[in-house]
Design a protein around this ligand. Sequence first.
Ligand code: DGL
Length: 275
Amino acid sequence: MNINSSISDMPIAIFDSGFGGLTVLKQLLKILPNENYIYIGDNINIPYGDKSKDEIINLTLKMTEFLISKKCKILIIACNTISACAYDILKQKYEIPIIEVISNGIREALNNTKNNNISIMGTEFTIHSNIYKDKITQQSRNAEVTQVICKELCPMIENNWDSHKNRFDVLKNYLKNIDKESDTLILACTHYPHIINDIQNLLKTDISNSIKNIIDPSYYRALSVKKYLEKNNILNMRNQKKINIYTTENIEREKKIINIFMSKDEIYDFNQIKL
Ligand code: DGL
């Protein structure tokens, strides 16, 4: 067996603080249907967006060590908060290829905006890190960037969004803070694409705005993973896909959520882990 073919069979590892990274897994399953996958959601410790840098790094290292022990070919940080906080640390510490979730969204936003006015919705940690704002203005000096902290969204999406009676009021209050002139909105938390239809509808009907493009970075991230695997000749060509889902919380809850968010045509294997 040559080295590349044994690497090809290894799984793609994806992790997030909870169910947000499923938006990335969903796109990967469409674009790379023959791959094996391992997903971890640290659902018991969510939200990461309100935690300190040290707390996020500590939990991230535990998830990374676990995934590396499973022998993966690539590690995808499917969380903006972890990407903002710990990507550089992981890159320095581990040899495995590691992909973050921020740069693709920024590139697409800059490719799509016509007036260089971009708004960003994200967690407290991601927005306070200024990673989006800094990277955008480095690439396009005159860009106007408005950042909106959406503190309540991630926990509400994690805990069955549709069951929250006040969900549209909460969402409207955040959408009102988008710059009225922005033509592009980046969903800078992997949980938000789960409610992209509600965001689109409220922007159409209830909020005065100029948004023409809503950027869901998960799609562009999945495309770039495909390119990476092709370039390195490590695409999995066999058709024996396995999808292992790990949660730090309750497996039954994980199963219910997978049923809501993911395709019913796939077979998932569920496991609980302690970090
Ligand atoms: N999905 C994570 C992100 O992209 C949510 C962070 C959280 O746990 O607060 O930022």
